[in-house]
Design a protein around this ligand. Structure first.
Ligand code: ADP
Ligand code: ZN
Ligand code: ZN
Length: 795
C-alpha cells in the first residue's frame, strides 16, 4: 500500500503539516514528489502538494484516497522542495505559501493541460486517446483511467506536457486598425479630406500604402495619429478596428549582439577567482565591491559565459527589472536566445512560457527579480546578485525571505559560487567579507580611469534665506550650463505627487486619510488628495472643510511640482518624469528610459526609481533635491539608505568620456551619511556606521526578529502584544534584548492598528520553540493577526 504525504492548500497553523492519503491502485507509481493533487479535506476537495511518497503508514485510522492528480510531471523539483521546507522554518511562513511562491503566477490548479505525442507511432498506438491528432487537451477532471495511461506515456517519454495558458495570454491583446476600403476608394477619400486635417491624411496614406497591414493603434499615436483620428476613420468606413495578438515574447525590442570586452586587471582577477570556483564546483560566496562605472556588469557577463562553457546554467538577479531594462539588454546582447527573463510586470502567459523554457533547459541564462531565485533551473553553475544591497531583495509579505539567503541555499545545493555585487554593499555582507566568510573582490576604479563625479553639497538652510525655489541657485546655474552644451541632466526628488500635504492657513487644518494616521498627498494631475498607504482618494477641497476659509494651500514638494518648476525655469528644456504615477502602464518605464537614451529629452526627473542601474553617456549633471528624505525616518538603517541612494544616483553622472557633476541639496550638510557620500567613500562610511551599530546593538552585530500584531481594535492588539512579549521575556535568556510592544510609526493603516516587538539576539536556542509556540497560540486569537519577520529591513 502506497501513501502520499500532502501539504494542503489551507494556510493555517493546524494544517501546516503533511496529511497522509492513500494512493489508489490506478495511480500507483505515477504520483511523484513535487506534483499537485486533488484531495478530500473535511467536506471539501482541495489542492495539495505531494512532499513524500512512502510504503510506511504511521496512521492507524482509515486513510482517504487521493482524488486525482493535477500535474502530470512534478512542478517542484527535489531541490526546490527542500528549499521550501527550509524557508518555512526560517521565515516562520506556512509551507504551503513557500511552495505556492515558487510557481509562476499563472499555474493555477484549474488550468487545462495538453499532451503532445512525440511520434506518429505514439498516436497510432494510443488511438483512443489521440483520435489521430498529435495533441490532446486534458481537463482537470480527466478520469483516473485516462490519467494513469497518460502518466505511463509520460514516464516512457512518449509524450510531452504543456499547460494551456491561452486565456491569460490575451493580456497582451492590442487594439489595431486595418484598411476597410480598396486602395482606389481610399485614394478618392483622400481628396475629400480638409487641408488642416493632417492626422487623417497621414492615416489614409498609411492605409493606402499598406492595405493589408494591421496597424497597432498605440504605435500610430506615437507617430502623431491620435485615437480620435482612428475613430473618425472607422466611422467613415475607411478602416476597421481590429485586435492584434502580440507574441508573448517579453522582450520588447531586438538588441544588437555584443562581444566580450578586454578586461582590465581588477576585472580579470575577479573573473578568474569566480570561474575557478565554478570549474571546481566550489560553493563559495564572493562579494564584488566595485565603484559605480567600474565594469561590474562586464564581469558578470564573462563569469556567466564561462558557466555556459562548462555546460552549466547561470542565474542573475537584478532589482525590480522594469527599472533596469538596460542591464537586461546587455545580457541579451551577449547571450541572445539563451536568455530567459522573469519579472512581475510580465503577463502570466509570458511568465509561464519563460518558466517552461527554463524548465526544459532551453534557456540557460536567467535574468530576473527577487522571485526568479525560484526558477526551475537545473545544473546551476553560478548565481549573481547585482546591487545586492537593494531593498527589493527582501520580500515584505509571506514568506518574508531574503533573496541573498535563498541564493546561498541554492548555491550550496548545486555546489556552485554566489557573487554578490554592489558599489555600496549592505553592512551585513561587507562585515562577512571582513570576517573572511565571503571572499572580497574589489574594482576600485572606474573604467578608463574616468574620475568619479565631483559632488557639491548645498546647505538649504542658507539657500532658503535668498529664495524659496525648490532648486537652489547653484543647481539652476549648472542646469543652464549643461542645457546650452546639449548635455543631459537627472533630477531626483524622492517624493511623488505635487505637494506633501494641504493646510488651511486660517485654522491649521490638514486633510487626513480617514483610514490611516497620515495626511493626504496633493496630486495636481488628477486634481485629488491621495493616501499613499491605502489608496484612498478624494477631490481637493476649494475651501477649508473646518472653517470654510479659502486660504488653503499646499506645503512641501513632490515630483509633479518639480516638473512644473523646471518648466517655468527652463521653458525650452524637454523633460521626462518617472515615478509611480507615470509608470503604472506596462512598458512605461522602458519607454521613458529609451526616450531619454535617444535624447528626446534634456532632463529626466523623478523619484528614487531613477537612481538605479541606468547608464546614459550624455548625463553630466545629477541633482538631488531632498537628500534628507530618508534620514527623517526613525530607523537604524536610515543612514545606510541615504548613503546608498546618494552614491547610486551620483554614479549616474559622467559615465562615458565626460566628467560628471552632482549637486546634493540638504538641510543636514554635516550629517556623516551626506558628507561621506559627497566623498563617495564607502570604506569610511562602513567603518563609521559599524561603530554606531556596535554601540546600538544593531545588525550586523545582532540578529533581529520583528513580531507585528494588528487588529481593528487597538486595545486588543496592545494587550495581546504585551502578553506575548512577557512570555518571550520569560523564555529567552537574558542575552536577548526585547523592545516593545510599541506602536508602529504610522499606527493605523486601513483602519487596523499595528504594534510591534523587536527581539535582538546573538545566540538564542530558545527562540524558535518560543516563537513556534506563540504562533500556535495565536491561532486561537480571532481579532489579532500576528506576523513574524526574520531579519526585517526596518523597525
Ligand atoms: P558598473 O556595473 O560597475 O556600474 P558597467 O559594467 O556599467 O559598470 O561599466 C561602465 C561602462 O564601462 C560600460 O559602458 C561598459 O560597457 C564599459 N566597460 C566595462 N568594462 C570595460 C572594459 N574592460 N573595457 C572597456 N569598457 C568597459
Ligand atoms: Zn481652516
Ligand atoms: Zn489611507
Amino acid at each position: 500500500m502506497q501513501v502520499a504525504k500532502v501539504i494542503v492548500d489551507v494556510p493555517s497553523r493546524q494544517t501546516n503539516k503533511p496529511f497522509s492519503y492513500l494512493i489508489p491502485d490506478n495511480l500507483s507509481s505515477a504520483i511523484l514528489v513535487g506534483m499537485r493533487v486533488q484531495v478530500p479535506f473535511g467536506h471539501r476537495k482541495i489542492t495539495g502538494f505531494v512532499i513524500e511518497v512512502t510504503d510506511h503508514v504511521d496512521f492507524d485510522g482509515k486513510l482517504k484516497p487521493i482524488d486525482s492528480v493535477i500535474d502530470l510531471t512534478p512542478v517542484i523539483s527535489p531541490e526546490l522542495m527542500s528549499l521550501a521546507i527550509k524557508m518555512s522554518e526560517t521565515t516562520y511562513a506556512f509551507l504551503i505559501s513557500c511552495l505556492q511562491t515558487m510557481l509562476p503566477g499563472g499555474m493555477k490548479a484549474s488550468m487545462t493541460k495538453k499532451i503532445v505525442a512525440t511520434s506518429p507511432q505514439v498516436i497510432a498506438d494510443n488511438e483512443e486517446l489521440f483520435h489521430g491528432q498529435s495533441e490532446v487537451q486534458l481537463a482537470s477532471n480527466t478520469n483516473p483511467q485516462t490519467t494513469s495511461q497518460v502518466l505511463s506515456l509520460i514516464k516512457q517519454e512518449l509524450v510531452t506536457v504543456d499547460y494551456d495558458l491561452k486565456r491569460s495570454a490575451s493580456a497582451v491583446e492590442l487594439l489595431g486598425v486595418q484598411a476597410a476600403m480598396s486602395v482606389e476608394q481610399l485614394t478618392s477619400e483622400l481628396t475629400t479630406v480638409r487641408a488642416n486635417a493632417t492626422g487623417q491624411q497621414q492615416l489614409l496614406k498609411k492605409l493606402i500604402g499598406h492595405p493589408e497591414t494591421n496597424f497597432v493603434q498605440a504605435d500610430l499615436v506615437k507617430e502623431g495619429i491620435s485615437a480620435s483620428t482612428v475613430k473618425t476613420a472607422v466611422n467613415r468606413g475607411w478602416a476597421q478596428a481590429t485586435k492584434i495578438h502580440q507574441n508573448r515574447d517579453p522582450f520588447m525590442q531586438p538588441v544588437k549582439p555584443s562581444q566580450p570586452l578586454e578586461l582590465n586587471k581588477d576585472q580579470q582577477v575577479a573573473v578568474d577567482k569566480v570561474t575557478d570556483a565554478i570549474k571546481a564546483n566550489l560553493n563559495e560566496c564572493f562579494l564584488l565591491e566595485g565603484v559605480t562605472g567600474s565594469g561590474k556588469t562586464e564581469v558578470y557577463l564573462q563569469i556567466m559565459d564561462l558557466a555556459l562553457k562548462q555546460g552549466k546554467a547561470a542565474l542573475m538577479l537584478v532589482p525590480e527589472i522594469t527599472l533596469t531594462p538596460q542591464i537586461v539588454n546587455r545580457v541579451r546582447s551577449r547571450f541572445g536566445n539563451q536568455v530567459a527573463m522573469l519579472h512581475s510586470a510580465m503577463s502570466n502567459g509570458e511568465r509561464y512560457d519563460e518558466w517552461q523554457r527554463i524548465n526544459r533547459g532551453e534557456a540557460k541564462v536567467v535574468v530576473g527579480v527577487r522571485s526568479a531565485i525560484f526558477a526551475p533551473i537545473n545544473n546551476l553553475g553560478v548565481i549573481i546578485v547585482d546591487e545586492e544591497h537593494d531593498a527589493s531583495y527582501k520580500q515584505t509579505d509571506n514568506p518574508r525571505y531574503q533573496t541573498r539567503d535563498v541564493a546561498k541555499f541554492r548555491a550550496e545545493y548545486n555546489h556552485c559560487p554566489v557573487v554578490l555585487g554592489s558599489a555600496t554593499p549592505s553592512l551585513e555582507s561587507r562585515a562577512r567579507a571582513q570576517k573572511g566568510v565571503y571572499q572580497l573582490l574589489r574594482l576600485p576604479h572606474r573604467i578608463n580611469d574616468q574620475v568619479l563625479p565631483k559632488v557639491d553639497v548645498v546647505d538649504m538652510r542658507e539657500a532658503m534665506k535668498h529664495s524659496s525655489s525648490l532648486l537652489a541657485q547653484a543647481l539652476q546655474t549648472k542646469i543652464s550650463e549643461k542645457l546650452t552644451r546639449h548635455e543631459q541632466v537627472i533630477l531626483m526628488l524622492n517624493r511623488r505627487g505635487y505637494a506633501s500635504f494641504l493646510m488651511c492657513r486660517s485654522c491649521g487644518y490638514v486633510p487626513q486619510c480617514p483610514n490611516c494616521d497620515i495626511s493626504l498627498t496633493v496630486h495636481k494631475g488628477s486634481h485629488s488628495l491621495k493616501c499613499h498607504y491605502c489608496g484612498h482618494e478624494e477631490p481637493i477641497p476649494e475651501a477649508c472643510p473646518q472653517c470654510q476659509s479659502k486660504k488653503i494651500r499646499s506645503f512641501g514638494y513632490g515630483s509633479e511640482q518639480l516638473e512644473e518648476q523646471v518648466h517655468k525655469l527652463f521653458p525650452s528644456a524637454k523633460t521626462l518624469r518617472m515615478d509611480v504615477d507615470t509608470t503604472r502602464k506596462k512598458g512605461a518605464h522602458e519607454r521613458i528610459i529609451n526616450a531619454f537614451a535617444n535624447k528626446e529629452a534634456d532632463i529626466l526627473l523623478g523619484t528614487q526609481m531613477i537612481a538605479k542601474g541606468l547608464d546614459f553617456p550624455d548625463v553630466t549633471l545629477v541633482g538631488v533635491l531632498n537628500a534628507d528624505s530618508a534620514l527623517q525616518f526613525p530607523d537604524f538603517r536610515s543612514s545606510e539608505r541615504t548613503f546608498e541612494l546618494l552614491t547610486q544616483v551620483a554614479g549616474r553622472a559622467g559615465r562615458a568620456d565626460k566628467t560628471g557633476e552632482v549637486v546634493i541639496q540638504t538641510y543636514n550638510p554635516n550629517h556623516y551619511a551626506i558628507q561621506l557620500s559627497q566623498r563617495q567613500d564607502y570604506e569610511a562610511f562602513y567603518q563609521k556606521e559599524m561603530g554606531i551599530r556596535r554601540i546600538g546593538k544593531y545588525p550586523p552585530f545582532y540578529y533581529t526578529i520583528k513580531i507585528t500584531g494588528n487588529s481593528k481594535n487597538e486595545r486588543t492588539v496592545l494587550s495581546q502584544m504585551l502578553s506575548l512579549t512577557n512570555y518571550l521575556k520569560g523564555q529567552l535568556s537574558n542575552q536577548a534584548i526585547l523592545l516593545g510592544p510599541t506602536p508602529k510609526m504610522i499606527t493605523r493603516i486601513n483602519n487596523h492598528y499595528y504594534y510591534q516587538t523587536i527581539i535582538k539576539y546573538r545566540f538564542e536556542d530558545q527562540l524558535k520553540p518560543a516563537l513556534d509556540k506563540i504562533l500556535t497560540e495565536s491561532q486561537k486569537l480571532k481579532d489579532v493577526q500576528l506576523s513574524i519577520d526574520n531579519e526585517p529591513l526596518d523597525f
